[in-house]
Design a protein around this ligand. Sequence first.
Ligand code: HEC
Length: 187
Amino acid sequence: MMNRILFGWLLVLLAACQTEPQEKPDEYYLKYGDSLSAVAFQTIRGALQTAIADSGIEKAVRYCQLNALSLTHQFNTDSIKISRLAERYRNPQNQLTAESQPVWESYQSAIATGDSLHSVIVRTTHQVDYYKPILLQAMCSSCHGQPDSNIPASLLSVIDSLYPNDLAKGFSEGELRGVWQIRFQLP
Ligand code: HEC
């Protein structure tokens, strides 16, 4: 009888030991995601600033079209995938997914109630998703701001010819432009 009870406890302990070492807390993914998104953001913004300085803002749009996705994906590994997603997207490959929609809506309700926006972790069985809000800065307005005041007419026509179905104009400084999504695949 005693042995059976002990054996039962041993099974419980073993099960606990097998799952626990794999489980990393949300803080781990929040830190990891914060550093990866910061590096990716600096890389994209830096490349864009160089393109604008070298060849002017109109050619920089074309540069962005050719390079934005590969600049974002260059930090991917077998188990980590980085994306920029938006409800009002310029490139349809960046549109919100079914999984990111609820996070987007939670950011919208936070904005409506005047709360600040934070990075969040969403877990499913095989993956951990990190999200971080992307806010519009002053330097983004020439390509994503108000068509009648922020975007020069010649630039507007370049954007519209490269992206005939563009939804990513009309943003104001500080507005929620999109989200970083970093997907960590669990073993
Ligand atoms: C020179 C023009 C230009 C500037 C300046 C610019 N962007 Fe963009 N942005 C683009 C283009 C073009 C795309 C589409 C890239 C593609 O086709 O993959 C884009 C895509 C994006 C996306 C991905 C979602 C989507 O709509 O496809 C986000 C998010 C974004 N920009 C945010 C910003 C932010 C934040 C800034 C300022 C730090 C900024 N952009 C500055 C031209 C610009």
